[in-house]
Design a protein around this ligand. Sequence first.
Ligand code: ADP
Length: 614
Amino acid sequence: MNDATTRDLEIDAQLLHAAYDRLRLNVGLTFACIVVFVPLLWKFFPTAVMMASLLALLTNVSVGLWLARAFRRAAPKIQDTSRWRRQFVIYNVLAGASWAVGPAMSYPQVTSPQLVLQVGILLCSSAVIMASVADRAAMQAFLIAALAPPALAAVVSGSGYGVELMVALVLLAGMACLIAVGRRSYGMLRKLLETEYRLRGAISEASAARDIAERNDEAKSNFLSRISHELRTPLHSILGYASLLEEDKKISGQRRDDVQEILKGGRHLLVLINELLDLSAIESGHVQLRPEIVNTAMLIEECRRLVQPLAEAKKISIHADMSTFAAIYCGGDKLRLRQALLNLLSNAIKYNRDGGVIRLSVQSLPGERVRVVVSDTGIGISSGDMAKLFQPYSRVQSASRAVEGSGIGLTITHRLVELMGGTVGVDSQIGVGSQFWIELPVAATAVGGNMETQIAIAPAQQNATGAMPFTGRFQRLLYIDDRLENLRLVQRVLVKRPHIEVTICELPLQGLETARTLKPDLILLDINMPVMDGYHVLAALRSDPELKGIPVIAVTADAMRHDTERGHAAGFNEYLTKPLNMDAFLKTIDCYLPPPVQPNVQVPEWNYAAESLH
Ligand code: ADP
């Protein structure tokens, strides 16, 4: 059965239901006519005519009520439509005939005024009842059965061109008009139903498509989180253990070079994973930006400090005159803006010559725009290659082949800045250098809470957020993670903190038990664990009056932004992602378990490469 046939069948069924729904109204109207007209006309017409009329109309009312009830009880399916429709038409023939009984019997005994009265009542009643019959065939059957017999009786009883012929003509003309009007309104009703049917179809198709899209969206989001977790977990071990080996003074020569290679490869892989996941999240619309007022000078200074070690390794100097742009604020998501700017800066270093220069500047543009410019004295980009920039996976310049990269960073930068309502542009000359810029809307100068007031949180203030003063005794740290290699890695890293006593647990339940007996000063907690995940462990800790005050740090490979947000919302004091940036990790630990003497920590290059740039 094709769509059009199905649609016609459904509309027919709907019309039939409407017709039966109105049947009771129809019957009610007939009954009202009986109550009003029969007493009124009783003395004007012969008793036999009135009696016959009354009987016929009462039969009509009873049959109509019975039929309406039978239909409601049967609640017929689409395939029964034609049978019930036939019955409805037959009923309407009888209903029409019941109206015709009185007038047809009146001829030739009635006078002219009686005839006019009778014709008027008959035509008006037919019009009213016809309007309530929502079926074309039934409506026509009713009108013909109600008006044709009296017209015929009038012609037969009359002589020549008398008043009876006039009555017959009026009745037939009235019948023709009513049928024409009825057909028209029935046609409109059907069209209305067809439109409604199409609309309903379109709505259900749209909502089915929306459901599929939502399911796909959710599946993709879950897939990204899963992949991110699965890739980060082994990388955490590779980078963590390799960096421990790197620090081992006993390893030298070829072995040390091998370790460096492992670290280099691992870090590059991490950058790639981060970039791929980021691009995929942006393209599937999973990146949610948090617009805020950003102090451009502070952002630039923060990024400059982060890339400084990388620049120094290539003897590149970075110039940024902070005084000229100290008071410019732009609107954007600070975290994502930092990511975009860091990508331009890291490119300016990567594709620069040794001993080159990078200049950072901020310009106020007409139309309430601010432009942050990163210029370098590097290899430059040919005009032919310019068109390929900002396209995923496109690496231009043969000279850049020697430099590690994926060709995704600029695409991410471009998409992120666009999402923030800005643009990214470039000017370059081969062999001379390049100028990349980010243009964003200027934000109204912030007053009070919204504005960032410092570049980085000073350790002293971090202490105020949760650190405990050193008491002279060993600080107890409990680490719960289902993977032994992760536990061992942290144990070995924390060897550098001799004032900390580390207890490890592979099973969450056992971890909870240990927490109750040990009463540790700090708990490190993995999230993705079998039987009981980190959120449940945290909830159990927080609901225990003796343990609820212990700071808990999440150490997890669930590193998507929504994971981090969920972690903070759940009440973790900190949320650290794997692979761990060991330097940042130790700093965080120092905030909660301060050593007797603050260690002098240098930022190792691998941490920056792995975590800060992407
Ligand atoms: P990646 O640096 O990982 O290859 P990007 O998307 O950041 O990826 O850059 C794409 C390409 O654009 C680079 O491969 C490089 O050829 C070119 N490029 C980017 N920035 C510069 C720059 N400052 N100077 C010269 N070439 C650049």
